[in-house]
Design a protein around this ligand. Structure first.
Ligand SMILES: Cc1cc2nc3c(=O)[nH]c(=O)nc-3n(C[C@H](O)[C@H](O)[C@H](O)COP(=O)(O)OP(=O)(O)OC[C@H]3O[C@@H](n4cnc5c(N)ncnc54)[C@H](O)[C@@H]3O)c2cc1C
Ligand SMILES: NC(=O)c1ccc[n+]([C@@H]2O[C@H](COP(=O)([O-])OP(=O)(O)OC[C@H]3O[C@@H](n4cnc5c(N)ncnc54)[C@H](O)[C@@H]3O)[C@@H](O)[C@H]2O)c1
Length: 497
C-alpha cells in the first residue's frame, strides 16, 4: 500500500516561488511538505539569474578592459573562460542543494525529493527517482510552484540535434568557438553577448522583426546597433527553417536563404509550464491551458468546506518570468492562505513574524510572514532588466501596450550618451530613458531605462509607476548631477507640461 502523510500544506516545486511560500508557511508554524524534482532553489540560483549574471559580470570586465585605450592608457585583454566556469561552480555549489535544503528545513519545512502531481483535490502523489510513490494529503493548502521548461520550437531537424538550452550554456567549461543563438530575448542576448566577449563568434536569429520584441522598439534598435558593433551577427524577422548536426557542428537555414554554421546552438525562445503533467484535471482546470490560471490572490481553486484551496505562484502562472515576481506572488499567496485558515495555526505568528533563517539563495528575500489576507497581486509595475551591455530596464506598460488599452498616451525620450554623465562616461555610453504617461491621470504607466546601469536607474521609475506618483511631483524632483538617473529629468522635460 502507498504510504500517506497528512500535512497542513503541500508545496510542489521549490524554486524561488515555492521556497518562499513553503518557508513562510513553515515560519508561521504550519506543517509543510515541500516537493522538489530537481534542486531546491530552482532555476534562478543553479541555471538562471545567478550563473548567467556571473558570466555577464566577467564579460563586462573584458569589455571595460578593451575600453581603456583612448580613455586611460593601454591594456591587453586575454579572455580566459576557466575562471568564469569556476565562479559558476562556486556560485551554484557545483549544482548541490545541500545548503538550500538545510535552509528550508530550518524554516520548518520537510523536503521530499520527487515529482509531484495532483491525484485528488487534497492530494499530491510524489514519484521518486526510483519510481516509488508516496502520497501527501493536505488539510489546508496545496501550492503549485513548478516554474517552466525551455520551449523547443518545431524547427525541422532541431529535436534530433544536441542543442543547448540555457542550462547547458551556463554549465559550459569553455566558451565555444562559434555559437548560434535561436531567440533574441533576455536569455539569448545576455548569454550570446557574454560568450561573444570571450571570443565566441555569435550569430543571433530572432523570429520577430526586432530584438526584445516585447519591449520598446528603441530598446531593440539600440541592442541591434550595439551588438552588431560588438561583432555579433544578428538576423531579425528571419526564422530558421531547418537545422542539422554533423561532425563539424550545426548547420541552420534561415527563411530568406542564409546558411549558418556553428559549433553550438543555444535554443532560447522562451519557457512554459505544462499543466497537463500536474494532474490539474482534478481541479476542473483545462490541462491544455498555457499557464496555471490564478486570481489576484494567487488562487487556482478557492478553499471549500472541508477541502483545501489550491494556489499557484511563479513562472507557472504565466504573469512574467522573474524571480522578484515569483517571490512577491509567494507573499500574496501566503497572506491569502493564512487568511483562509483564519490567521494561522497553533504555533504560527501570522502577520510579521521573522524566523531565524540563514542567508537565502541569492535572489530571494526570506523571513517576513505576510499579514493574513491583506495583499493582492498587482502587475501594473513589474520591473524587468535584461542584463546586456547596455542594460535594458523596463517597468509597466510599453507605449504600444498603453495605446492598445486605449489610454491617452504621451511619451518623453532622452538620450543617455549626450547627457552630462554620458559625455563623461564616453565609450559604452549608449542608452535612453523613455517615459509613457497617461495624460488623463497625470502619472507614468511605463518607463524604460537603457544604458550603463539601466537596471539601477529603473529603481526610481519603478517607484514612480508603482506608486502612481503624480507627474508634477516627478517634475519637482531634484535628480543628482551628474548621474545616469538624471536623464529621467530630461525625459520628463521632453514629455512636456
Ligand atoms: C538563463 C536565465 C536567466 C535568468 N535571469 C533572471 C534574472 O536575472 N532576473 C530574474 O528576475 N529572473 C531571471 N530568470 C528567471 C527566473 O529564473 C525565474 O523567473 C524564477 O526561477 C522562477 O521561479 P519559480 O519558483 O516560479 O520557478 P523555478 O525557479 O523554475 O522553480 C520551479 C521548481 O519546481 C520544480 N518542479 C517542476 N515540476 C515539478 C513537479 N511536478 N514536482 C516537483 N518539483 C517540480 C523544478 O525542478 C524547479 O526546481 C532567468 C531565467 C533563466 C533561464
Ligand atoms: N534578466 C532577466 O530577468 C531574465 C533573463 C533571462 C531570462 N529571463 C526570463 O526567462 C524567460 C525565458 O527567456 P527567453 O529569453 O528564453 O524567452 P523570451 O520570451 O524572453 O524571448 C524569446 C525570444 O525568442 C523569440 N522566438 C520565439 N520563437 C522563435 C523561433 N522559432 N525562432 C526565432 N526566435 C523565436 C521571441 O520572439 C523572443 O524574442 C523569459 O520569460 C524571461 O523573462 C529573465
Amino acid at each position: 500500500m502507498t504510504a500517506q502523510t497528512l500535512v497542513d500544506a503541500v508545496v510542489v516545486g521549490l524554486g524561488p516561488g515555492g521556497e518562499e511560500t513553503a518557508g513562510l508557511l513553515g515560519e508561521a508554524g504550519w506543517d509543510v511538505a515541500g516537493v522538489e524534482a530537481r534542486l531546491v532553489g530552482g532555476e534562478c540560483p543553479y541555471w538562471g539569474c545567478v550563473p548567467s549574471k556571473t558570466m555577464v559580470r566577467a564579460a563586462g570586465l573584458l569589455a571595460d578592459g578593451r575600453r581603456i585605450p583612448g580613455m586611460a592608457g593601454t591594456a591587453m585583454v586575454h579572455p580566459e573562460y576557466g575562471p568564469v566556469a569556476r565562479a559558476v561552480r562556486r556560485a551554484t555549489a557545483g549544482w548541490d542543494d545541500t545548503a538550500a535544503v538545510e535552509r528550508l528545513t530550518v524554516r520548518g519545512v520537510r523536503v521530499l525529493r520527487g515529482t509531484g502531481r495532483l491525484t485528488g483535490r487534497d492530494e499530491v502523489t510524489v514519484t521518486g527517482s526510483d519510481g516509488r510513490e508516496s502520497v501527501l494529503r493536505a488539510s489546508r493548502a496545496i501550492v503549485l510552484a513548478v516554474g517552466g521548461e525551455p520551449v523547443v520550437p518545431a524547427v525541422p531537424g532541431l529535436a534530433a540535434t544536441p542543442f543547448w538550452t540555457s542550462r547547458e550554456a551556463v554549465e559550459a567549461t569553455a566558451a565555444p568557438e562559434s555559437l548560434l543563438v535561436l531567440g533574441g530575448g533576455s536569455v539569448g542576448l545576455e548569454i550570446g553577448q557574454a560568450f561573444g566577449r570571450f571570443g565566441t563568434a555569435v550569430a543571433v536569429v530572432e523570429g520577430a522583426s526586432r530584438l526584445l520584441p516585447r519591449e520598446e522598439p528603441e530598446a531593440g534598435d539600440l541592442l541591434m546597433r550595439v551588438l552588431t558593433e560588438d561583432g555579433l551577427e544578428v538576423h531579425t524577422g528571419n526564422p530558421l527553417t531547418g537545422v542539422d548536426h554533423g561532425p563539424k557542428g550545426f548547420t541552420a537555414w534561415c527563411e530568406r536563404g542564409e546558411r549558418l554554421t556553428a559549433e553550438r546552438l543555444l535554443v532560447a525562445v522562451g519557457r512554459r509550464v505544462d499543466p497537463s503533467r500536474l494532474g490539474v484535471g482534478v481541479l476542473d482546470v483545462d490541462p491544455d491551458v498555457p499557464a496555471l490560471p490564478v486570481d489576484d490572490r494567487m488562487r487556482v481553486v478557492p478553499p471549500a468546506r472541508g477541502v483545501p484551496g489550491v494556489w499557484a505562484v511563479g513562472d507557472a502562472t504565466g504573469r512574467g518570468a522573474y524571480t522578484h515576481l515569483a517571490v512577491r506572488q509567494a507573499s500574496v499567496a501566503v497572506g491569502d492562505i493564512l487568511g483562509a485558515a483564519g490567521g494561522g495555526v497553533a504555533g504560527g505568528e501570522a502577520g510579521g513574524a521573522r524566523g531565524e533563517v540563514p542567508e537565502a539563495v541569492p535572489g530571494t528575500v526570506p523571513g517576513v510572514v505576510p499579514a493574513a489576507g491583506r495583499s493582492r497581486a498587482e502587475y501594473h509595475a513589474v520591473p524587468r532588466v535584461t542584463f546586456t551591455d547596455p542594460e535594458i530596464g523596463a517597468v509597466g506598460r510599453t507605449e504600444a501596450e498603453a495605446r492598445e488599452r486605449g489610454l491617452p498616451v504621451r511619451t518623453g525620450l532622452a538620450d543617455v550618451a549626450t547627457s552630462a554623465r554620458g559625455r563623461i562616461h564616453r565609450v559604452g555610453n549608449a542608452g535612453f530613458v523613455k517615459l509613457v504617461a497617461d495624460t488623463d491621470e497625470g502619472v507614468l504607466v511605463g518607463a524604460t531605462a537603457a544604458g550603463p546601469c539601466g537596471g539601477e536607474v529603473l529603481g526610481a521609475l519603478t517607484v514612480a509607476v508603482h506608486a502612481r506618483v503624480p507627474l508634477e511631483t516627478l517634475r519637482a524632483t531634484v535628480w543628482a548631477y551628474p548621474t545616469f538617473h538624471r536623464v529621467i529629468g530630461a525625459a520628463l522635460e521632453d514629455l512636456g507640461p
